[in-house]
Design a protein around this ligand. Structure first.
Ligand code: GDP
Ligand code: MN
Length: 348
């Protein structure tokens, strides 16, 4: 059921044949999208923007993953929009479902309770499988094994500026392993015991905690409690070898065993962010100020005017979320002793 489909090579298509790529060096990298068939029109909008703003000049591959089989419409529409190879994978049932150690009755009660408390996605089983999959499995899918770098793309995102360099190459050249464009505070009700689980992991695996880490981004009291800051994971450019490392896999397994993906509603954003904050060196996490981005309901729009003009940006800097009180990005700059970007004071 895993299929690699060459781009349709009709006389009207300008797509390169399978294996033929844009000139110049390319990284061992792919876009990756988890989606349902019903997401086809929303992901099409995202693909069009990624291609227009960046990938038309690079033709990187695009891997689509789904817990069900992709239908013909999804495959046809998405492979026509992409400039590189498209590959479609079905997720193994052991990576998308309840692990045997989960108490189904307890999980069901939690969903009922969260439904009554009107917690977003609190009553959803599939959302929980999705969060667990993005936290622990997407990087181990057969189609992802051959790549070193990934760029996650979700439905209905927007890119507002041209990207005139290769972010994958930037990451490699600058020894980066994880990156973000937006950060914020997590909804406390979805992760009440996540930090307890993280503390258990730190105690069990002190060898995985890196000395020059970003704990100060995650905690205001030296690790006693979590301040709920996280990088928004609907955008990520990152290193797959790191996610497949014993450190990350031990971390995911520890959290998974504690059951919070089902007994609470742990999101992959805080799970990835805490991992990056504790197991990567500070300087291995990158903020892409020049990748202007929207995923409902937040926008990252660079505040520097020249940067926006040079890259043909069409976002309104007034909509920028970074220097707002609900963003954690200022804290990231402080932890890394970086000076704030040009124009930040205008749009606070
Ligand atoms: P939100 O951004 O947190 O509101 O969540 P989304 O609905 O955007 O879901 C996150 C990602 O997972 C998107 O890429 C969705 O297309 C995908 N997704 C969510 N639920 C499912 C599901 O049940 N099956 C599949 N195959 N993909 C899903
Ligand atoms: Mn989304």
């Amino acid at each position: 059921h895993d299929t690699t489909s060459p781009n349709p090579l009709s006389s009207t298509s300008s797509n390169p044949p399978l294996g033929q790529t844009a000139p110049g060096p390319r990284m061992n990298a792919t876009f990756v999208t988890l989606a349902r068939n019903s997401d086809v029109w929303e992901i099409s909008r995202s693909i069009r923007q990624v291609e227009d703003r960046f990938n038309h000049a690079h033709n990187y591959d695009w891997v689509f993953l789904n817990d069900a089989d992709f239908d013909d419409t999804f495959v046809k529409v998405t492979s026509a929009l992409t400039s590189g190879r498209t590959r479609y994978g079905k997720i193994d049932s052991e990576h998308w479902g309840f692990p045997s150690f989960i108490d189904q009755e307890k999980a069901r009660k939690v969903r009922e309770d969260m439904h009554e408390r009107k917690i977003i996605y609190g009553d959803s089983v599939s959302y929980r499988h999705m969060c667990r999959y993005e936290s622990g499995f997407f990087f181990r899918h057969k189609l992802m094994q051959e790549y070193e770098w990934y760029w996650r793309v979700e439905p209905s995102i927007e890119l507002f500026c041209d990207i005139k360099y290769d972010p994958f190459k930037f990451m490699a050249d600058n020894k980066k392993k994880y990156s973000f464009v937006l950060s914020l505070y997590e909804y406390v009700e979805t992760i009440p015991t996540l930090w307890d689980s993280v503390k258990g992991f730190m105690k069990a695996h002190p060898e995985h905690i890196v000395a020059d880490n970003s704990l100060a981004f995650l905690s205001d009291d030296g690790g006693e409690s979590y301040n709920h800051c996280h990088f928004w994971s609907n955008f990520e450019v990152g290193n797959l070898d790191w996610l497949r490392s014993p450190a990350y896999v031990d971390y995911f397994n520890h959290l998974d065993r504690d059951g919070g993906f089902f007994y609470e509603r742990w999101g992959d954003a805080p799970v990835h962010s805490i991992a990056a904050g504790l197991m990567l060196k500070k300087e291995e996490i990158h903020f892409f100020n020049d990748i202007a981005y929207y995923h409902v309901p937040f926008t990252h729009c660079p505040t520097g005017e020249q940067l926006r003009l040079d890259n043909k940006c069409h976002c309104n800097p007034r909509d920028n979320f970074d220097w707002n009180g609900y963003s954690c990005t200022k804290r990231f700059f402080e932890v890394n002793k970086m000076s704030l970007p040009e124009g930040y004071e205008k749009e606070q």
